[in-house]
Each structure stands twice: as C-alpha cells, then as structure tokens.
Design a protein around this ligand. Structure first.
Ligand SMILES: NC(=O)c1ccc[n+]([C@@H]2O[C@H](COP(=O)([O-])OP(=O)(O)OC[C@H]3O[C@@H](n4cnc5c(N)ncnc54)[C@H](O)[C@@H]3O)[C@@H](O)[C@H]2O)c1
Length: 259
C-alpha cells in the first residue's frame, strides 16, 4: 500500500506564517500546504492579483489567508509588510522566503550589469530584507519560530550562463548559516531548501517541453520535481518535528547533486 505523506499532515493551528513569492510556484505550494495545516497565512507577492486569487480561494477554509503586495527589493515595503502582519495578527511564527527570479542566459564576459544587479536585488537583497524583518517580528511577538529560505541546486553547482543566479543562491546559503547562528539562542531556526528543477511558471515560461524534458533527465529520478514535493520539506522544517535543525540546507532534487 502506498501511504500518502499528506496523511501525516502538520497542525499549525494559531500560528501565523508569511510566504514571500507566495502567489506562484513553490511559494504557492507552501501557502496551500500551510493553509491545509490550519495556519493563518500572509501571501506576500509582487503580483497582487495572483495573491488575491489564491487568498480568495483559501481564506476561511481553516485559518485566514490574506494577500499583500510587496516588492522584496524595497526595504520600506518589506517593513510595511511586517507592520501589517503585526497589526493584523499580532504575531509572526513562521516564514518562507520564496520570492525569486530566474536565470539570465548571459555569460559573465557579456553580462549586463543592470541585469546582474536585478537578480541579486531580488534573490539576495530581497531574502536579506525579508529575513531581517521576519527575525525582528518573530523575536518581538511569537518569541520563537522557524524560517526557510529558498536556495537551489545552483547554490551548490555552477551553471554556464547563470552567474548572477548561481552567485545569488550560493549567497543565500551563507546568509542562512549566519542568521541561524545569530538567532539560535533566541529560539528562531533558520534553514534553506535547495530544489532541483521544479515545474513552476518560472521554469515553464522560459523552457519549451523539449528543454524541460532534457532538464528532467539531469535528475537521476529522471523528471522535474513538483512544487508540492518542495513544500513537504519546507513544512517539515517549519514544524516542531525539526526542532534540532538550524543553519542547514536540504536538497529536494531527485539526486541531482549526487552526480
Ligand atoms: N522552479 C525551479 O526550478 C526552482 C529551482 C530551484 C530554486 N527555485 C527558487 O524557488 C523560488 C520560487 O521559484 P518558483 O519556481 O516558484 O518561481 P515562480 O516564478 O513560480 O514564483 C516566484 C514568485 O515570486 C514573486 N516575485 C518575484 N519578484 C518579486 C519581488 N521583487 N517581490 C516579491 N515577490 C516577487 C513572483 O511574482 C512569483 O509569484 C525562487 O527563489 C527560485 O529561485 C526554483
């Protein structure tokens, strides 16, 4: 008999979670999984319409699910998001930093510096600004909590034509480790997850079916991953099943990094 992992659902009742980049792909899967586990969820995303649509579907089924427009590269907007969470729920317990943008297909020698800065601004500065706000808010309100940053297999390997993305994701691992050390005694755990290639809009919009099949074949499990498979590990890290885990990175990548 195949037992679905979904049968072992977590219970995040009364907890308040923030998911940046929560309106699409991996972030959306985390929002759905957290809502199914009874958490209140704030869907923070640049794309308000998609966040509103998701919240409209999930709000009130168990906990509340509320959309907020945020650009994670904008410190004032990120801080305003924190103030909104505090005013609305009075606390923050959990956070997933999934807002990110993809590969640029530019070799370093020809790389457009503006594009470089844009990728680093979202993937690294955005994670830093979100993390900074979340740590402060969790420490002042819930007192303890758990945060997951979205890294990538490209936080562990090079990839020709994607230096900005590769550099940003390597840096997310370093940021995660430093933040974990600084917040361990306060009871806030900080970890990262490194997905392999996952079938999300970020990937589908840039690659046709043939290219996606070739990307799937890079994984020993011979396929792309699904957003739900990443969310499973994220929820475990957020939960009290992972109370002795901090500063770690978890690969959800069909064996990609074992090659
Ligand atoms: N899809 C993959 O194969 C894959 C693999 C490894 C890591 N990741 C990482 O997972 C995360 C999510 O990727 P995805 O594939 O789900 O992408 P996606 O494009 O489906 O979702 C990303 C979300 O982030 C939002 N976003 C983008 N810039 C933002 C900003 N400045 N402020 C706020 N929100 C912003 C987008 O609107 C979108 O809703 C990213 O950090 C990505 O680097 C993805």
């Amino acid at each position: 008999m195949v037992v679905s992992a979904r049968q072992a659902a977590y219970d995040f009742r009364d907890a308040v979670a923030l998911v940046t980049g929560g309106a699409s792909g991996i972030g959306e899967a985390c929002v759905r999984a957290l809502a199914a586990a009874h958490a209140h969820v704030v869907v923070g995303d640049l794309t308000l319409e998609a966040a509103e649509q998701l919240a409209g579907e999930l709000d009130g089924r168990s906990g509340r699910v509320v959309p907020v427009q945020v650009d994670v590269t904008d410190q004032a907007r990120v801080e305003a998001l924190g103030a909104y969470v505090q005013a609305t729920f009075g606390r923050l317990d959990l956070a997933v930093n999934s807002a990110g943008i993809g590969v640029t297909n530019q070799p370093v020698v020809d790389h457009d510096p503006e594009m470089w800065r844009n990728v680093l601004a979202v993937n690294l500065d955005g994670t830093f600004l979100s993390l900074r706000m979340e740590l402060d808010l969790i420490r002042r309100t819930a007192g303890r909590g758990s945060i997951v940053n979205m890294a990538s297999v490209l936080a562990h390997r090079g990839w020709a034509g994607s230096a900005a993305y590769v550099a940003s994701k390597h840096a997310v691992i370093g940021l995660t480790r430093a933040a974990a050390l600084e917040n361990a005694e306060q009871g806030v755990r900080v970890n990262s997850v490194s997905p392999g290639f996952i079938e999300t809009p970020l990937l589908v919009e840039r690659h046709d079916a043939e290219a996606r099949a070739a990307m799937g074949a890079l994984h020993p499990l011979q396929r792309l991953g699904s957003p739900d498979e990443v969310a499973e590990t994220v929820l475990w890290l957020l939960s009290d099943s992972a109370t002795f885990v901090t500063g770690a990175d978890f690969a959800v990548e069909g064996g990609f990094l074992s090659r």
